[in-house]
Structures are given as structure tokens and as C-alpha cells.
Write a protein that binds this ligand. Structure first.
Ligand SMILES: *Cc1c(COP(=O)(O)O)cnc(C)c1O
Length: 349
């Protein structure tokens, strides 16, 4: 956590407009810090999506609090919304986690209003959304904390890594303590001779990033606006070419936010056997993915939380038939055409 990390944090804060930014070892670490700093504990309920990577859920469970799963807004908008959250509120609800799925911001106007009205804390899981904005404001700035991932397959990467942002000075101090063992001084300060001893005033962890990753992050950050633009262009090309392909629906057609285009997911008709499409695409040397299996239906969640099929009709429908198509900044239009050609052939049969 030396000069490179401090520069990375300063530049990431400037990029998002946040007052504080702390680089961490992963988005999972950032989410755990966020819930812990906000006081999540056994007995508390936290509302979150099921159509997400499992870290969104596990970091709630790690605090002893209970995750409560909300469905997505619609077949077109695969984020949770104030409407889908509202019916789940209970006297034990303390907070909410929003995921800007695939890089498309959730409707933060309504969600912020609901959180204020009901006195709930708000954490944004921004693993998909560096460079994504809602009404001109960067994602991660609407609640108490925004948590970003720099894992290898995200829009910007340090191999492993993450960032936590906040505008709140008190929460910033807590986040900093939790990142490094609850210790009052940092290795860097001691190294510079500014401090020789320290106290421990919180239960903290080693969630630090290192200088090598931060150096990578600085360069990655300088490229993200350009690479997101490239992703936007590729998604537009996909959309144009997929219009007449049968048995396929493309979400986020009329999205009002500015996306970071992390993923390009499509929804197959429910009668289509997705696994066989994935295999056939693979035979054509095209890798596809599934984002995501419904979190509430994993074995661990079923046994710990008692969740089962039927809880979230839209999420379950999407999880069963979503197919993520290749999307990366260096992708060429010919690649898009190749993917569309392969899908057209497989889905027209
Ligand atoms: C990747 C991802 C995470 C976890 O990020 P790590 O940096 O790998 O810990 C959390 N939430 C979502 C939605 C993700 O896609």
C-alpha cells in the first residue's frame, strides 16, 4: 500500500467522483468490509438479487446476517428494483445490495428514495459497472459504499483486486481499519518512519492490494473509457445482427442508464436446450457462458436458508435460459458475425 496504491486510489476516486477510494484484494473483500462497517450482524436481513455472482450473497452470510432474495424488475430489466424489494421489507431489514447486472445501472432514483424512506443502508455491487452511470452519476456513489472488482474477466483488471468507494468520512475510516487488521497505522507509515507502533481497535482482515497490482490498475483505469466505448459498439453490432434470429430475446433494449457493457447476455426460448447450444457453440470454437445460475438454488443456500424453486419466477426463468455471448474490447466485427452466424444456424433448426 505504497505510492502506486495511493495513486491508484486517488485516480479511481477522481474517475468515479467519490470522496474516498480504497484499493483491496477483491470485490468480495470490498463487500465484506462494507457490510461489516455498516454493522450487519445475526438477526439482520439484507435484501439482494439472486441473479448475481455468489460473492454478493456469501459476504452477507459471512457477517451472520440473512440474505433475502429479490426478483429482477422484468424480462427486459434484469436488475432488482424498488418495486421488487418493497414487498420483502420487514422490521429486521437493515440494508440492500444492488448489482448493476451486466453493467446496466439499476433504477437508482427509486432505490435511493426507498432506502431513505425506510432508513436502509445501500451497498452497490459494481463488479460489472466501472464506467457505468445513472443520470450522469457514476455507479457506486448512490449509497454508503460502492464495491468494484478487478478480477481477470471484468472490464478493468489487476488479475485479482478490487476497490471500495464512499463519500462518508466515518465509514471511510472504518473501511481502512477493516482492510488491514484493525490496526491504527499502516505498514507504509511505519516504513516512512512516521510511526513505530500501533494499536488494534477493530476486528480486521488482510484485504490489502499490493503495489504491483496497483501499478496495473493505474494503466487499466486510463483505458477503461475507451474500452467501454468499444464494448458499446460491439453490443450495437450484435443487436443489429440478432434482430431476425428466432428463439432468442435480448434484454435491456430500452435502458435509460449508461452501461459499461460488461456482459452481452441473451435469453433463449424456454424450449431450447441451452446445454446443447453451449456444446455446439464450443464445437465451433465459440465460448459462451451462463450469468448466472440462481444464487438461491445452490445447495448451500437451500440448506442454510430453506430457499427453493418458485421463490423468484423471473430470476429462475432467466437463470434457466440465459446465454452470455463473447464480448471483449479487442473483439472484431468479423467475430460478432461469426457468433451470430453460428447462433442463427443452431436456433433456426
Ligand atoms: C466478480 C463479481 C464479484 C466478486 O469479485 P471478486 O473481485 O472476484 O471478489 C462480486 N459480484 C459480482 C456481481 C461479480 O460479478
Amino acid at each position: 500500500m505504497g505510492a502506486e496504491t495511493q495513486r491508484f486510489e486517488k485516480e479511481f476516486a477522481a474517475f468515479t467522483g467519490a470522496k474516498h477510494a480504497f484499493a483491496v484484494s477483491s470485490c468480495t473483500a470490498a463487500l465484506h468490509i462494507a457490510h461489516t462497517a455498516l454493522g450487519a450482524k445475526p438477526g439482520a436481513q439484507i435484501i439482494l438479487p439472486s441473479l448475481t455472482f455468489i460473492a454478493t450473497v456469501n459476504t452477507v452470510l459471512a457477517t451472520g446476517a440473512a440474505p433475502v432474495f429479490a426478483d429482477v424488475e422484468s424480462l427486459d430489466n434484469w436488475c432488482i428494483s424498488a418495486r421488487t424489494v418493497e414487498s420483502l421489507l420487514s422490521p429486521n431489514t437493515v440494508g440492500l445490495v444492488v448489482v448493476h447486472y451486466a453493467g446496466y445501472p439499476a433504477n437508482m432514483t427509486d432505490i435511493v428514495e426507498l432506502c431513505k424512506e425506510r432508513n436502509l443502508y445501500l451497498i452497490e455491487d459494481c463488479a460489472h459497472s466501472p464506467g457505468a452511470y445513472w443520470k450522469g452519476v457514476h455507479t457506486g456513489r448512490f449509497g454508503q459504499f460502492g464495491c468494484f472488482s478487478f478480477f481477470s474477466n471484468k472490464n478493468m483488471t489487476t488479475g485479482e483486486g478490487g476497490m471500495i468507494i464512499t463519500d462518508d468520512d466515518e465509514l471511510a475510516k472504518k473501511a481502512q481499519l477493516l482492510r488491514s487488521h484493525g490496526m491504527t497505522t499502516m505498514t507504509w507509515q511505519r516504513h516512512k518512519g512516521h510511526a513505530s507502533s500501533y494499536d488494534v481497535i477493530e476486528l480486521g482482515y488482510n484485504y490489502r492490494i499490493d503495489e504491483i497490482r496497483s501499478a496495473l490498475g493505474i494503466v487499466q483505469l486510463s483505458k477503461i473509457a475507451e474500452s467501454n466505448k468499444r464494448r458499446a459498439k460491439l453490443v450495437a453490432e450484435y443487436r443489429k445482427r440478432l434482430i431476425n434470429v428466432p428463439n432468442l430475446f435480448i434484454p435491456f433494449a430500452e435502458h435509460p442508464g449508461q452501461s459499461s457493457y460488461h456482459l452481452f447476455p441473451v435469453l433463449l426460448n424456454s424450449e431450447i436446450d441451452r446445454d446443447s447450444i453451449i456444446d455446439r457453440m464450443k464445437e465451433k470454437r465459440i465460448q459462451t457462458g451462463v450469468h448466472y445460475p440462481a444464487a438461491h438454488l445452490f445447495t448451500y443456500m437451500r440448506s442454510r436458508l430453506g430457499t427453493k424453486e418458485g421463490l423468484l419466477p423471473l430470476t429462475e426463468k432467466i437463470a434457466k435460459s440465459v446465454l452470455t455471448l463473447p464480448l471483449f474490447p479487442d473483439m472484431k466485427i468479423e467475430h460478432v458475425e461469426m457468433v451470430v452466424g453460428a447462433l442463427t444456424e443452431l436456433l433456426s433448426k
